[in-house]
Design a protein around this ligand. Structure first.
Ligand SMILES: [Zn+2]
Length: 488
């Protein structure tokens, strides 16, 4: 049954003032007050000729694009996502801002590059001044709900901003959803998140929400965790992808498991990849069940869905495993599928390079929410409607072991730079898609540094460089480290 929209007047005045003042700060204060008035009117009104869509954003952790059927993978890992792609638009070249969970979700949520939103270390939380993908629709009258399966999405890290409902679907530990409960939750015995299985609980929680809390229009965010290592799909999914394996590889403790190394036998590596594929299929099957649950409650009749991932995964293509190590394409090229029946051309494939940071403004525009904000992400509506857009590069960054790594990717070239040292590596992606043959460039100043300077300049202009990050306290940090949360 269709429920009435939440009226702005029903919301608490103080809360609304806080949110509006946040937008005012974000817009640059009184100097941009004309823009603020326009934004406020649009956010408060939002009257469109067509009913505003319900919006569903799905982020599948650690899902590299080239392991999905619709991206050309042969084992049948993703029949449901393939169906969404066949009925919607698939972006062939969607690029993440980094190769690990926390900054990439901050970028997805803010439309900002990592050096601009500033959440690049697991000792920080997202600055309150960042306007997020949930705050914008909530301000526009949307009901906002988020369900997450991994620890970096926990409210401790600040990604819950703007959600009316924000619920953990982790079953191992850290189930508490309020900051005050985190410490208590961490005291519970349980397994580290790497061994957690969260999709079934996500299905349960979303179904419960759909039965008891949903209001329309809604913005629903799903973070599905099971593709993340350790790869431990149920037995039937192992049978699907590697029925003949008779070796003794075990994948528990993936990140420190010495059996999973560059020296491992080829057959064991094939099995490892089959287990990853099994987790993708397990997740795809649960995504279908979640959508079935929404559909049977009439909640998909006007829905815009985007499916993407925070980053990819490496299987020793460049000498390592897992993620948060490099910025090669197996790390940063992610799926992006837009499903919007009747509004986008079914089965379209767009080759233009797009970015994870483009999703936030694209969804806001689809909801009729437009404002005079400066972010790096772009509304992709023209591409979705079959028009063209000027090409822009994509900046990806990684800060690890005290060093920075940056990649600037255009459609057919990628420039990789470590700190401010020479040489940089240039890859010709059209001739060398696996990034094996770099050209060395002995210049420091160049396009990477230019793009970085622009990102930092925007950070300063938005005042985000002055918002103090909240440090994890020592006790929480210790507990997270003990559970292995701060190493992935
Ligand atoms: Zn992740």
């Amino acid at each position: 049954m269709r429920r009435p929209h939440r009226a702005a007047a029903d919301r608490e005045n103080l809360s609304r003032l806080v949110r509006l003042s946040k937008i005012l700060r974000y817009l640059g204060g009184s100097a941009r007050s004309a823009g603020f008035v326009g934004a406020a009117l649009l956010l408060a009104g939002c009257a469109g000729e067509q009913p505003r869509p319900d919006i569903i954003l799905v982020s599948i952790d650690s899902l590299r694009a080239d392991h999905l059927g619709c991206y050309g993978y042969r084992p049948e890992t993703s029949p449901f996502m393939d169906q969404l792609a066949a009925e919607g638009v698939r972006f062939e070249n969607a690029i993440s801002t980094t190769s690990w969970t926390l900054p990439s979700h901050a970028a997805l949520f803010s439309g900002l590059y990592d050096s601009t939103h500033g959440l690049t270390d697991d000792g920080q939380r997202l600055a309150q001044d960042v306007l997020t993908i949930a705050e914008v629709p909530r301000e526009g009258g949307y009901h906002t709900a988020g369900f997450f399966g991994g620890p970096f999405l926990h409210p401790t890290f600040g990604l819950d901003q703007g959600f009316d409902v924000y619920r953990s679907c982790m079953t191992a530990t850290m189930e508490a959803v309020s900051d005050d409960d985190v410490r208590q939750g961490l005291e519970l015995d349980g397994h580290p998140s790497h061994g957690d299985v969260t999709s079934p609980r996500t299905l349960e929680e979303v179904t419960l929400w759909a039965d008891t809390q949903v209001q329309r229009p809604f913005f629903l965010f799903l973070h599905l965790w099971d593709v993340h290592y350790d790869y431990i799909p149920p037995r039937e999914y192992v049978e699907l992808f590697d029925p003949d394996y008779d070796g003794d590889l075990t994948v528990e403790g993936f990140s420190t498991n010495p059996a999973i190394s560059q020296q491992m036998a080829r057959r064991d590596l094939e099995h490892l990849i089959a287990l990853y594929d099994g987790e993708i299929r397990f997740t795809d099957d649960h995504l279908r069940l979640i959508f079935d649950a929404l559909e049977s409650r009439g909640l998909l009749d006007n829905a815009l869905t985007v499916v993407t991932a925070d980053h990819g995964e490496e299987f020793f293509e460049h000498g390592g495993k897992g993620h948060r190590r490099t910025l090669f394409d197996e790390m940063i090229r992610v799926p992006m599928i837009v499903h919007w029946p009747g509004r986008v051309s079914a089965g379209s494939v767009i080759q233009d390079q797009v970015r994870l940071i483009d999703i936030m403004p694209t969804l806001a525009a689809a909801a009729g929410l437009e404002w005079d904000l400066e972010i790096q992400g772009r509304d992709l509506s023209p591409l979705l409607q079959g028009s063209s857009m000027p090409a822009v590069p994509s900046l990806s960054e990684l800060f690890v072991d005290g060093e920075s790594l940056r990649a600037l990717r255009t459609g057919d070239r990628k420039l990789l730079q470590k700190g401010a040292t020479v040489p940089s590596w240039l890859y010709q992606l059209d001739a060398d898609p696996r990034e094996m043959q770099p050209l060395l460039i002995n210049e420091i100043e160049g396009p990477v540094q230019t793009e970085l300077a622009k990102a930092l300049e925007l950070r300063a202009r938005l005042g985000l460089d002055q918002s103090a990050p909240v440090e994890l306290d020592d006790d929480l940090r210790e507990r997270l480290e003990a559970l292995g949360y701060l190493d992935n």
